[in-house]
Design a protein around this ligand. Structure first.
Ligand SMILES: Cc1ncc(COP(=O)(O)O)c(C=O)c1O
Length: 385
């Protein structure tokens, strides 16, 4: 078997391993503080997943049976958090030529029933946070309701709009910290905020509702970390990829089912220290990682610039290149061709949420741009080496 360059790979060396076994580097509280500071907010609250943090925000704001705006083209777990918290997702299609929500689309669906909006900065491309604030403020004035703004920066750690981090805007920001993200804490998620009331309520909510399961959870996380070290070796990865293609790894790699709205069974357990310690090591590598991802993405953009078989969305100022994506008409052919060359391409977000059978009842009209993207998207390995 030829070695294969994987579509994603966490940037680990011995430091993560040492941090996992030695408790001296820090703990959940120090990770939360350092993380919030890095992304220019006052406080951070760690969660077992990003989706758990999003769900908990809806709960502390006592949103129930309320409408929450989110993109049609995003990770489905965002919509899951809305529904499982007892609310109604209202989808907005992408702006033509962008992977993010259309501003006109947001204006069209915002009503007196809207109580929150999840502003996703997909693949690291920042949205115009000033424009979002304006739309929301106008609606708040018109309808007399508070509308919470959550920046979803699971793909856009450190992304900036007009030179300012998008996480400085809105009520709170959520991050996912699994191994497919820019940096990770094995698993995990984070909410950061500048609002002391939100911070107090959220930490209290987590502490009261997320039981600790330290020993077994830490052990599982440690085993997972070691497996990741091994699996992403480029020679071993060929075998891993073969197993994945045969469906033997579905339990680990398939994160959604078209017809089901659910969370993983451990979504509401307290995060463990080992995750926070690995997260701290990764956080301190953030600048290096983002610089390497960006330089690889710029090289891809240059390489494909005259290739009319692939359509790129130009990297905007302040983008953070979590992924390098393009749109192609014959996706399977690209995947096969690159596989031959020893490079694995991904088909990140190959669905448009309102068209999934589980979300049919929430669909209002059509979302053609996101549907098109879901059928044509392709992503190239841009992980740091
Ligand atoms: C855009 C986006 N938002 C939110 C999340 C939620 O993160 P988590 O998987 O940690 O729940 C993800 C997850 O992968 C994501 O891609």
């Amino acid at each position: 078997m030829k070695p294969l360059i994987s579509r994603l790979k966490p940037y680990y060396n011995s430091k993560e391993f040492i941090a996992a076994v030695l408790p001296t580097i820090g703990n959940i509280e120090s990770f939360e503080m350092e993380f919030a500071e890095k992304f220019e907010c006052k406080s951070g609250i760690m969660f077992p997943y990003g989706r758990s943090g999003l769900y908990s925000l809806f709960k502390i704001w006592q949103l129930s049976n309320d409408e929450i705006i989110c993109p049609a083209y995003t990770c489905v777990v965002v919509a899951h958090a809305i529904v499982l918290s007892g609310n109604i997702p209202v989808f907005v299609d992408c702006e033509e030529g962008s992977f993010n929500m259309s501003y006109a689309g947001i204006r069209n669906v915002i009503t007196e029933k809207t109580r929150a909006i999840v502003v996703t900065h997909l693949f690291g491309y920042p949205m115009d946070v000033g424009m979002i604030n304006k739309i929301v403020e106008e609606a708040e004035e018109k309808y007399g309701n508070k509308i919470y703004i959550i920046q979803d920066v699971a793909h856009a750690f450190g992304a900036k709009w007009n030179g300012e981090m998008v996480t400085k805007y809105g009520d709170a920001s959520i991050f996912g910290l699994n191994i497919s993200k820019i940096i990770n804490s094995i698993f995990g998620g984070m909410v950061i905020t500048n609002d002391d009331v939100i911070y107090k309520k959220l930490i209290e909510y987590r502490n009261n509702n997320f039981p600790k399961q330290n020993v077994s959870r830490s052990l599982k996380r440690f085993i997972y970390l070691v497996s990741v070290y091994i699996a992403f070796n480029k020679f071993i990865y060929t075998l891993v990829n073969w197993l994945e293609n045969k469906g033997f790894l579905d339990r680990f790699v398939k994160y959604y089912d078209e017809s089901v709205i659910d969370f993983p069974c451990d979504w509401n357990y307290y995060p463990v220290e080992i995750e926070a310690r690995v997260g701290l090591v990764q956080l301190r590598k953030y600048d290096e990682i983002i610089q390497k991802r960006t330089s690889k993405s710029i090289k891809y953009a240059e390489y494909f610039k005259n290739d009319d078989r692939i359509k790129l969305v130009p990297l905007s100022e302040g983008a953070t290149c979590s992924h390098f994506v393009g749109l192609v008409s014959d996706r399977d052919k690209w995947i096969a061709e690159y596989r031959e060359r020893g490079i694995q391409l991904g088909t990140i977000i190959d669905y448009s949420v309102p068209y999934m059978s589980a979300y049919e009842k929430y669909r209002r009209g059509e979302y053609p741009v996101s549907r098109f993207y879901s059928e044509h998207i392709i992503n190239f390995p841009n992980w740091p080496e």
